[in-house]
Design a protein around this ligand. Structure first.
Ligand SMILES: NC(=O)c1ccc[n+]([C@@H]2O[C@H](COP(=O)([O-])OP(=O)(O)OC[C@H]3O[C@@H](n4cnc5c(N)ncnc54)[C@H](O)[C@@H]3O)[C@@H](O)[C@H]2O)c1
Length: 450
């Protein structure tokens, strides 16, 4: 079964199919035009190309069309009052101009979904194959690109998109190895120079409840932060069984979650959401990771070579310790949250709660659909002439996961500087369908992080 790898608050309990159906319905409902207020941001056209037309990519297009139905005042960032001031204005000058996917069947499924919204793309706008993304990027009309391929391809596709002068929405994580992380940071710097925006699919950053809670923590409500913990303990996610006629390469690409070179392992692919919140709250990245993990239950060949559990102690500046757990094993207790302890109080960001002595605060305001809000924030910032750039923060959160993974794989602590400067690059150097042996499961004590 093909269900979502992510169970973030807005997605909990929904299968991907239901999510898509719901998103189609929402997007269809919001097409009715209404009147722009005089406060609205400039109405520059957003012309979209999607690279990676799977579940999240298709969902992101639909979210974007929903997002484009609202206007928030320029420079509004992430604040409640601005969102409340937003106005429903019908689909605002956003057009989908192109699709690219490695596989024709995946592209067609997305194309069919878009047809239900009366978005009909001709063959000249649809590109397949390993170089399909380059053909899409060559269209000078497209100015906003969504990257939703498996994480391995993100650095090279992001760099190419920025070089081609596009604003970019990147799904998380943004790399699987330090070489890719550095490429993303460089692309982010290039984007700043070219005044191009980059927003990341770490949707908690675009949720009002998270933003308000973290603002209070950073304003000192908990006093000095001394300890944190975060979790993504969940069940198994979707798996694609090998079909006759598929080469090694095709099977790994279709079943990408289970190969470290494609997904980064689940501590990077999924737990990055919670690690990103901790880096956000602490306004820092860890300086050291000491981890253990293994492959205890999910051991079948269909599950590639990744681990099914990790536990990491991260050390941040000033001696702050943060403990992380991530698990993908059915039948175990689930927990997805971010918890902080300070000298005066504690907080659970997931529940939007902060407690100080006998006093407690909870966010009870309006919440947005973060999958829409992330596009809304990017579009608004572009139209306001001051594009947001989340490249460095998502690159650092991705490297935070990679440090934990490499420490668990090797059985050695990993320091930030070593991770950042590592020459590790995973995956083949040329892409073609054919033989590709599955790398062995990492054995702590034997595996070496270079
Ligand atoms: N933010 C979230 O809540 C969230 C939720 C789900 C997935 N994601 C992320 O979105 C990304 C995509 O995940 P998904 O669940 O949609 O996977 P998916 O397998 O459904 O979609 C990936 C698509 O990319 C295509 N593809 C693979 N290699 C390609 C290449 N080189 N060039 C062009 N297309 C290529 C595949 O054919 C497939 O259609 C991942 O990075 C994942 O971590 C984020």
């Amino acid at each position: 079964m093909h269900t979502s790898a992510d169970h973030s608050p807005a997605n909990t309990g929904l299968t991907r199919r239901n999510f898509l159906k719901g998103a189609v319905a929402v997007a269809a409902l919001t097409q009715a035009p209404s009147v722009l207020t005089s406060h609205a941001a400039p109405d520059d056209p957003i012309k979209v190309g999607l690279i990676g037309c799977g579940g999240r990519g298709t969902g992101a297009i639909l979210n974007l069309l929903g997002a484009s139905t609202k206007v928030v005042y320029p420079g509004s960032g992430y604040h409640t009052e601005d969102v409340e001031a937003g106005t429903q204005v019908g689909r605002k000058n956003v057009k989908v101009l192109g699709l690219a996917d490695l596989f024709p069947d995946r592209l067609q499924r997305c194309r069919d979904n878009l047809k239900t919204l009366d978005i009909n793309l001709g063959n000249e706008a649809c590109f397949t194959g390993f170089d399909g993304y380059q053909k899409l990027l060559a269209n000078p009309e497209i100015n906003y690109v969504i990257l939703a391929t498996p994480p391995h391809f993100r650095p090279i596709q992001l760099k190419a998109a920025i070089e081609a002068g596009k604003h970019v929405f990147v799904e998380k994580p943004v790399a699987v190895d330090p070489t890719g992380v550095r490429m993303v940071i460089e692309a982010g710097e290039m984007a700043k120079q070219k005044k191009l925006g980059i927003a990341a699919g770490t949707q908690r950053r675009h949720m009002l409840g998270y933003a308000e809670t973290i603002k209070r923590i950073q304003d000192g409500m908990l006093g000095e932060i001394v300890y944190g913990s975060c979790y993504w303990n969940g069940g198994e996610i979707w798996v694609i069984d090998r079909e006759p006629g598929w080469s090694d390469m095709e099977w790994q690409l279709r079943n990408w979650n289970y190969f470290t070179w494609l997904a980064g392992d689940h501590i990077v692919e999924q737990h990055v959401h919670n690690l990103d919140v901790m880096n956000w709250v602490l306004n820092a990245h860890p300086i050291k990771a000491t981890a253990l993990g293994g492959r205890q239950v999910r051991t079948a060949a269909r599950n590639g070579h990744i681990f099914d559990h990790f536990a990491v102690e991260y050390e941040y500046p000033n001696g702050v310790k943060m403990f992380s757990q991530s698990r993908q094993i059915n039948g175990c207790e689930g927990k997805v949250e971010e918890f902080l302890v300070g000298s005066k109080g504690r907080s659970n960001c997931k529940d939007r709660i902060a407690v100080k002595g006998g006093e407690s605060w909870r966010y009870r305001g309006q919440e947005v659909n973060p999958y829409e809000q992330e596009h809304l924030n990017l579009i608004n910032s572009i139209r306001a002439g001051n594009p947001i750039n989340e490249a460095r923060s998502i690159a650092e959160s991705t490297l935070t996961g990679i440090m934990g993974r490499e420490s668990a794989y090797s059985g050695q602590s990993v320091e930030w500087d070593k991770a950042y400067n590592s020459t590790l690059r995973l995956g083949p150097t040329t892409y073609e369908f054919g033989p590709l042996p599955v790398a062995p499961v990492a054995m702590p004590g034997q595996y070496k992080f270079v």
